[in-house]
Design a protein around this ligand. Sequence first.
Ligand SMILES: [Fe+2]
Ligand SMILES: [Fe+2]
Length: 171
Amino acid sequence: MGRFSKAQVVWAPFRPCAAGEKAPYPRSLQTPEGLGDRLRFVAFAEKQAMEAFRLAAHHFPDASPLQCESWLRLADEEQKHLSWLLGRMEELGVDPGERPQSLALWNSFDRCETADQFAVFMSNAEERGRIAGEQFHETLKSTDPVTAEIFRKIAEEEVEHIRIAESALRS
Ligand SMILES: [Fe+2]
Ligand SMILES: [Fe+2]
């Protein structure tokens, strides 16, 4: 029904792909540009998660008060992850808007018709993000321990996000 794809979201400082435009393939992780591509991609995922939790808290009429409360809390947590990544990008001189970002994750939230469907869908997205974060940590820990530690900490916290989302589902 377009609950998400039709929402007016300010994506700055990121630049989403135009309709029909494909996001460019990430460059080699052995290069500063490739590291920048991963940071930008993960930061944009955090931005989408933050916006999705906020929107969901106000736009699923069947959501329980506890669910809405946990989503607003999770939105703040995703905002924190986003700020860690944007801070690191600034240190490394990575421009968030340099390359267009796919809105596929964001648009896929449209498939959720109920609050519980959104909660399950989001948990799965968080789990994928957690695994990717752990992999980036492993790959980067010898070459860029500072960035690697940010990915590790985010992955660790996503475990707690999944737990919060699941406990709100059972209530
Ligand atoms: Fe996150
Ligand atoms: Fe999360």
